[in-house]
Structures are given as C-alpha cells and as structure tokens.
Design a protein around this ligand. Structure first.
Ligand SMILES: Nc1ncnc2c1ncn2[C@@H]1O[C@H](COP(=O)(O)OP(=O)(O)OP(=O)(O)O)[C@@H](O)[C@H]1O
Length: 234
C-alpha cells in the first residue's frame, strides 16, 4: 500500500484548514497523527477517505488519484470517524451484515470480525444499548470488515475506560502488523504504545514527520516534545 499526499490544501471559506500538505507512506506501519485542537487532523483524515472535497493538490493511493478512482480507493480504505456514527436502532450483527452487503463480502467475514474485536457476547444487542467501548468496537469492526489496506482511525480510544483502551489498542496493534494504520489521538501514551512514526500537524501545516524516537529527540517525554514543537509555532 502506498499513500501519497501531494500539495494538499483545504479551505473552509477564508480559513485554511490544510496548507500545502505533503505526506508519503510506503510501508505497513502505525502512524500517529498529532496536533492541538483544530489543527486539521480530522480534515486530513476525511480528505484521505474522500469524504471531503479538497481544494488543491492530489491524494494518490497506489499511484491512483482517489477522486478519479473513487470506488477502487474506498475498497482499500477503512474509516472510523470521530464520534463513531452508527445506526443506533440496528442490532450489532444486523448492522455489520448490512455493511458487509454494501461491500459485497461474504457473511462469514462478519462472524470473524465480531470475534476479532471481541463483541461476540454483544452481537445480538441493539447498538443503542451498548456501552461506549462496545460501540467503539462496532465502529472498528465496520472499518475493517472489507480488510482494507489502509485504516484511518479518528481518536479511536476517545472516552473509553482504561481496560477498554488497552483492549482496543491490542486490536489496532494486531491490525497494524499487516496493514497501514493512521490514527489521530491526544494521548501521548497511545502514541508510545502503538506508533512507529509521528506526524505532527499545527494550524494546517505539517511541522514534524519522523520516527517516534526522532520526534522525542532531546525531550524527556512526548508531551514535552509536542508542547515545544507547537508552542514555538504559535
Ligand atoms: N465543515 C467545516 N466548516 C468550517 N470549518 C471547518 C469545518 N470542518 C473543520 N473546520 C475548521 O478547520 C479547522 C481544522 O479542523 P479539524 O476538525 O480538522 O481539526 P482537528 O485537528 O481534528 O481538531 P480536534 O483535535 O479538536 O478534533 C478548524 O479550525 C475547524 O473549525
């Protein structure tokens, strides 16, 4: 899987949410997308999955432009959006079968994914009745059902209890062995636990893109590094 983001600019009215962004990913790794509130992380993720129309630049997935190879690209990408929108009135397995039908994939893959994300005891419940952590797992399940090469996760552990955080991280880690994962988070521990590479975005600009050790550099912690890089650019 190769993802190339070339000179990407996205504006909302006069506001530049992404400013001439360039990113290249050529191997399977888990990448942490960091940045203060409003930095442009969700905008970048939505642009990559084709949910937002970009103003300038190109996004290439395996050398093909995602706008002109829309369906082909969507087959290769899984997305867990921020706030995890789900059909609350549907039952867990029913919902996942519905998503599987959209992708045109076999029914037994649904059971496989239910097992993988650890929601077997919850599969007959209505989504509205699930705890936040289980809803998050359902969101993750829909994102990986079609076995995408690239998985985009917008704050995947947001609002989960410590046990659920560890469990979801384990699932992501497993997936990251074979696929490329880009996840956004405000939790530096999460970055340390999962990511090999860090991309730091601030006010729509990429200000760091490096292996985690390089990102940490001379600083004692990732928090300190994050603070220093973003404060210096206020
Ligand atoms: N649909 C929209 N219309 C107008 N402005 C928007 C829209 N979506 C995002 N923005 C603006 O673009 C900027 C980047 O927002 P974005 O949601 O990408 O930030 P983020 O890094 O994901 O922030 P957070 O960490 O708070 O989730 C913000 O200033 C935001 O207000």
């Amino acid at each position: 899987m190769a993802l190339d983001i070339i000179n990407l600019t996205k504006k909302f009215g006069d506001q530049v949410a992404l400013n001439d962004v360039n990113i290249s990913i050529n191997k399977n790794e888990i990448i942490g997308l960091l940045g203060p509130n409003g930095a442009g992380k969700s905008t970048l993720m939505k642009s990559i999955v084709g949910a937002l129309k970009i103003d300038e630049g190109q996004i290439l997935l395996d050398q093909k432009d995602i706008t002109t190879h829309d369906i082909e690209s969507k087959k290769k990408i899984g997305f867990l959006p921020e706030n995890n929108p789900l059909y609350q009135e549907m039952f867990v397995k029913e919902y996942l079968q519905f998503v599987a039908n959209i992708h045109g994939i076999k029914k037994n893959r649904v059971d496989e994914v239910i097992e993988l994300v650890g929601i077997t005891p919850e599969k007959s419940k209505k989504i509205s009745q699930l705890s936040k952590g289980y809803k998050q797992r359902v969101g993750l399940a829909q994102a990986i059902l079609h076995q995408p090469d690239l998985l985009i996760l917008d704050e995947p552990t947001n609002g989960l209890d410590p046990n659920q955080i560890v469990e979801i991280r384990n699932v992501i880690k497993e997936i990251g062995k074979e696929k490329t994962v880009i996840l956004s988070t405000h939790i530096m521990q999460e970055v340390e636990a999962l990511c090999s590479r860090v991309i730091l975005i601030h006010k729509g600009n990429i200000i760091q893109d490096s292996p985690i050790s390089e990102f940490k550099g001379k600083y004692e912690s990732l928090e300190q590094a994050f603070q220093s890089y973003t404060e210096a650019k206020q």
